[in-house]
Structure formats: C-alpha cells, structure tokens
Design a protein around this ligand. Sequence first.
Ligand SMILES: NC(=O)c1ccc[n+]([C@@H]2O[C@H](COP(=O)([O-])OP(=O)(O)OC[C@H]3O[C@@H](n4cnc5c(N)ncnc54)[C@H](OP(=O)(O)O)[C@@H]3O)[C@@H](O)[C@H]2O)c1
Length: 314
Amino acid sequence: MVPSLGAALSVLSPVRAVWLTLTAAFLLALLLQLVPPGLLPSCAIFQDLIRYGKTKSRPAICRSFDVPKRYFSHFYIISVLWNGFLLWCLTQSLFLGSPFPNWLHTLLRNLGAAQSPEGELVLSAFLVLAFLWLHSLRRLFECLYVSVFSNASIHVMQYCFGLVYYVIIGLTVLSQVPMDGRNVYVVGKNLLMQTRWFHILGTMMFFWSSAHQYKCHVILGNLRKNKAGVVIHCNHRIPFGDWFEYVSSPNYLAELMIYISLAVTFGFHNVTWWLVVTYVFFSQALWAFLSHKFYKSKFASYPKHRKAFLPFLF
Ligand SMILES: NC(=O)c1ccc[n+]([C@@H]2O[C@H](COP(=O)([O-])OP(=O)(O)OC[C@H]3O[C@@H](n4cnc5c(N)ncnc54)[C@H](OP(=O)(O)O)[C@@H]3O)[C@@H](O)[C@H]2O)c1
C-alpha cells in the first residue's frame, strides 16, 4: 500500500526535515563536484561556500568573508558548554527526578520530540549525549594542543553553520528521549537494567574510531613540527601512517565511524539519527574528495593506491 502524504509528513518531524535538507544539499554538492569540469559553468561563490582550508582557492573579492580556520575551536567550545548543559539537564532528570526547564521542553516539542513513554531507551540517548560531549571535549583539546593551523580560512557562513551545528545536534539527541510531560520516562526502576548488547558494541566502536581520529590529527600536527615538537612550518605535506595508508582523509572517515557508532548505541533503529549519519557521510565525502584532488594536483609522488574517503572504494 502506498503511504498517504499525511502519514509521510507525520514521520517528517522538524528535526528530521533539518537533517534531510542538509543531506540533500551535501549530496547535490558532491554530485556537482563529480561532474567533469567544463560540463557545468563554474560558480565562484558556490565553490567558496563548499570549500575550506587547503582546498580553497578563489577570487580576492570572496576573501572579505574569510574567518581563520583556527576558529574551529569555537565550535567545540560551544558544543562542550551547550551539550554539557543538556547532559546536566538529562542527568538531573534521570537521577533526581527534576523536570526539564519549561523553555527546553517547549523547544524539544517544537522540534518533534515524542510525547510518549514508548520508543527509545533513555539509556541509549544518555550514552549518545555523553559520547557527543566527550567527542567535543577531545576535539577542543586537539584544536588547542595537537593541531597546527596554517593561515587557512573558512567562509563566514561556514563559521556560522559550525556554531549552530553543535547546538542542533545536541537537541536532536535530546529530542529522542522518551518523555512523560516535562519528565524523562524510564522503563523499569534502574537505568542500568536497560543495558543491551548494542550499547556495548556502540561504546567499543566509539572509542576505537575516536582513537584513530586522534592518531590522524597527531600525524597531521607532527608534519609541521620537528623531532623536539617545535612548529617549524605551516605547509601542507603528504601524511603517512595509520589509516592514511588507505585514504587521504582518514580523520573524516573516523568522523563518519563515530557517528555510526552512535547509531549503533541507539540500537540501529533510530531513523532520525541515521539521517544525521547520512548528512555526515555526504559532507565528509565531499571534503575528502576535494582534499584528495588537492593532494593529487600538488604532489606528483602522491601514493597511487590511496583512495579519498572509503578504503579501496572511493
Ligand atoms: N561533523 C561535521 O560536520 C564536521 C565538519 C567539519 C570537520 N569535522 C571534523 O573536524 C576534524 C578537522 O577537520 P578539518 O577539515 O580541519 O581537517 P583537516 O583539513 O584534515 O585539518 C586538520 C589539521 O591538520 C592540518 N593539515 C591538514 N592537512 C595537512 C597536511 N597535508 N599537512 C600538514 N597539515 C595539515 C590542518 O591545518 P590547516 O587546514 O590550517 O592548514 C589542521 O590543523 C575532522 O576530523 C573532521 O572530520 C566535522
């Protein structure tokens, strides 16, 4: 039977609509990059909006909208504070029975949070929010102490998007928590009784992917340091080691794996989170593709077997 438009719209909550729109936008951007150059007219503003860092090369007029790429740390400061606050609200509600603040409850309802005691296990959402917070904390640490930034830039629109992104992602997770009014609904008396095999698998995948992402960021940072750890230049070099032996942007691949590990922690069935994963897939694939093209055009000796994003495939 063909589902009615009403039924389709009822599953398309505002939060799902946001992730679906972002997925579609990045899929389109990726497809446009795959079209051989010359078939489509090149648009400088479009290229400026989808590229950042080492893959950016554009007319001087676009440079007035530049923000230093080292401001990536601002995204993670926002995320640590905001998602830390959401985690604190959830913890208070779970362990002390404190209801969510009125404004947060209204916001979550407007985003499409389910007002029903059924559905997602609250332990899944709690773990995912905690992992998201840990991820942001590690990324902040990397931005401040591991990565060596050059004078590369991002567009001011990309900067604003990055700030809003980490606010929305936390709200997306919290909107999956089963609610009973302003209170979190817990099936059974004890949160730990909700533990399932996919929580353990998701946790292992999360730490494994995070460890590889960290390693890749250390490798990139070391390319600009001498043996004593002193920064000696800000050029782009060919990275080697760990997942760099397979792909040009293993840190983007690890990002995708981290988001997949959160889908596993949700028990594989959370459609909203899979939409987030598809957005991450297409956005990271786009940037990995541009980065791969940059390496191949800059280094004649670039390893031939290395793929852009997915080992042996793409
Ligand atoms: N979830 C999301 O929507 C999202 C969006 C964007 C990024 N991220 C994640 O954030 C992390 C960082 O992203 P990114 O785009 O900044 O990664 P990136 O371009 O690989 O850069 C990471 C660091 O390495 C430096 N670097 C890059 N290539 C280098 C080379 N060939 N030689 C020497 N140094 C080099 C960069 O410096 P410069 O660029 O300053 O030269 C920067 O300090 C990634 O793990 C990514 O997955 C997530």
